[in-house]
Write a protein that binds this ligand. Structure first.
Ligand SMILES: [Zn+2]
Length: 230
């Protein structure tokens, strides 16, 4: 239980920046790819620095960028919940409490890190409910932005490229759907929708490891083939 709750909190920490940045149309980054090469990471960071600079410049007089109210509302309610949890947990582990977020402050990560780093078995159930809700909220907000987006990856099971899409399914499940002719083994599938395998967005980290492993295997096989041919 404790590990699952921590994993949920870490997921929210991981996607926090995407959530907060996606509230301003035009600064939306593509959905995070499972692996980034050092060069790609550098390019992304450079881009982020430029965007940050532009935003600061903008805020100095020009009309402010339109803000997606729904995403901002989500981020704020998560921030409040994270601050509440941190304030509850800190005294129980003799950890100094963090100051509450100030005006204009939109970073829940320090509070979430405090909770994740000090979570005891005893508090896991209580925190777990909120953590699940947070994952759900972040996934839902990101889905507003990313719904329908095709992911530029090769499915490890059907080996087709560009067949994974982010979808909001009936019942509000935010998920990645493989639209290929795809039949992964049962233990690897979250659920099915219209005959297609579906993975809830919260499984993305696990899923990306599969993609990465399949990529590495292919690279290895290609190398072997070249070796045999020579
Ligand atoms: Zn597939």
């Amino acid at each position: 239980m404790r590990e699952e709750v921590i994993a949920d909190l870490e997921w929210v920490i991981e996607y926090w920046e995407d959530l907060v940045e996606s509230r301003i149309p035009g600064t939306r980054r593509p959905w995070r790819q499972p692996t980034l090469s050092a060069a790609a990471r550098e390019a992304r960071d450079a881009q982020a620095r430029v965007e940050r600079f532009e935003r600061t410049a903008l805020s100095l007089g020009e009309s402010p960028a339109p803000v997606d109210v729904e995403i901002l509302t989500t981020a704020l309610s998560l921030l409040v919940a994270a601050d509440d949890l941190a304030a509850e947990i800190a005294p129980t582990v003799m950890c100094p409490t963090l100051p509450p977020p100030g005006p204009g402050d939109l970073d829940a990560r320090p509070y979430l890190r405090l909770v994740a780093g000090n979570l005891t078995e005893e508090f896991s159930e209580h925190v777990g409910e909120t953590a699940r809700w947070m994952v759900d909220q972040v996934a839902r907000a990101l889905c507003l932005v990313y719904d329908g987006q095709t992911l530029d990856v090769e499915c490890p099971w059907c080996s087709e490229i560009g067949v994974w899409r982010v979808r909001e399914l009936p019942g509000g499940l935010v998920a990645i759907v493989c639209h290929g002719v795809c039949e992964p083994p049962a233990r690897e599938v979250g659920t099915w929708w219209g005959g297609q395998p579906v993975w809830p967005i919260a499984d993305w980290e696990r899923l990306s490891k599969h993609v990465q492993a399949a990529d590495e295997k292919r690279a290895h096989e290609a190398k072997e083939q070249r070796r045999m041919a020579s």
